[in-house]
Design a protein around this ligand. Structure first.
Ligand code: PLP
Length: 333
């Protein structure tokens, strides 16, 4: 595998720290929990999309693009990070936001990620839940082309074979970091949504023959669909890397028991996880992804899914800005 042959623009602070969560580990009394701080990638308060955007925007620049389009939910972290990356690279940015929750309040619709989208100078259009956002984005790109612009479309979450290279890179980083620290990683756990993070990580870890299993905690789709999405994208990533066929179905595992009522809708487990990690570790999770991912990890530890003495790495994918879009959900008084 030769990642350096793919164009990349530097946007993030890497390597991100890999730290023990001593208080949380002690409190839960199970395995040793570590945290890979991809919330500290640096781009507009950080998050997992930074790594993907390094490869996606390198492709956009190589194609001579002058405008970047992307789409996501109202409180999309991906949209916010894309807006920041486009700003840094002197590209115009247009964001299409889908109302997936139906929340009408001011904070959800204007604060958090939306405030930062605007601060980075992106323009925004809003679309009702259930819109075919990819088709809508392509329509807007055609309109821009007709005006002589050169648009580059990034799929939701930056999840295609190019974006997922960012998480192949993260797999290399993590395995090297663990080797330097003398840390034997037994499992990686993280929140999985549009699949690029898990597909890149799994492909990278398999390509390295690391033997490290990845567990994605779903935030939207049911298990079969989530695993099928991750596997299909992993196959594309492997082919893009020149390693077709290396990822097999057994490498792709998602647990979707922690979604609750739906994407972006708070759960009790998420609220407990966000509060616990804030109070015991001084680390901010987010309500849509990492909070539900951590809720899954905590519950699985309580159920004895992981053994004492194992080292579990929780990949913190960022998103804390989204908390400001949900000020009441945490019931802090
Ligand atoms: C996008 C996102 C995820 C999910 O990553 P995918 O690559 O879309 O599966 C997880 N956490 C946060 C904070 C995100 O913004």
């Amino acid at each position: 595998m030769n990642l350096a042959r793919f164009p990349r623009v530097r946007l993030g602070h890497m390597p991100t720290p890999l730290e023990p969560m001593e208080n949380l580990s002690r409190l839960l009394g199970g395995p040793d929990i570590w945290i890979k701080r991809d919330d500290c990638t640096g781009l507009s308060s950080g998050g997992n999309k930074t790594r993907k955007l390094e490869y996606l925007l390198a492709e956009a620049l190589a194609q001579g693009a002058d405008t970047v389009l992307t789409q996501g939910a109202t409180q999309s972290n991906h949209a916010r990070q894309t807006a920041a990356a486009a700003a840094k690279l002197g590209l115009e940015c247009h964001i299409l936001l889908e109302d997936r929750t139906g929340y009408a309040d001011e904070a959800y619709n204007q604060s958090g990620n939306v405030l930062l989208d605007k601060l980075h100078g992106a323009s925004i259009t809003r679309h009702p839940g259930g819109t075919d956002m990819q088709a809508e984005m392509e329509k807007q790109a055609e309109a821009l082309k007709a005006k002589g612009r050169k648009p580059y479309c990034i799929p939701g979450g930056g999840s295609n074979a190019v974006g997922a290279l960012g998480y192949v890179n993260a797999a290399l980083e993590l395995v090297n970091q663990a080797a330097e620290m003398g840390l034997r990683i037994d499992h990686v756990v993280h929140a999985t949504g549009s699949s690029g993070t898990q597909a890149g990580l799994v492909t990278g870890l398999v390509a390295l023959n690391s033997g490290i299993p990845v567990l994605g905690i779903g935030v939207r789709a049911p298990k079969e669909k989530q695993e099928a999405n991750v596997l299909a994208l992993s196959e594309k990533v492997a082919t893009h890397l020149g390693l077709p066929g290396i990822v097999r179905a057994e490498h792709v595992v998602a647990n979707t028991d922690y979604v609750g009522q739906g994407y972006g809708i708070p759960t009790e487990g998420m609220i407990e996880a966000v509060k616990l990690v804030a109070e015991k570790e001084g680390i901010i999770l987010d309500p849509v992804y990492s909070g539900k991912g951590m809720a899954g990890l905590i519950d699985l530890i309580r159920k004895g899914h992981f053994k004492k003495g194992e080292n579990i790495v929780f990949l913190h994918t960022g998103g804390s800005v989204g908390l400001f879009g949900y000020p009441d959900s945490l019931d802090l008084g």
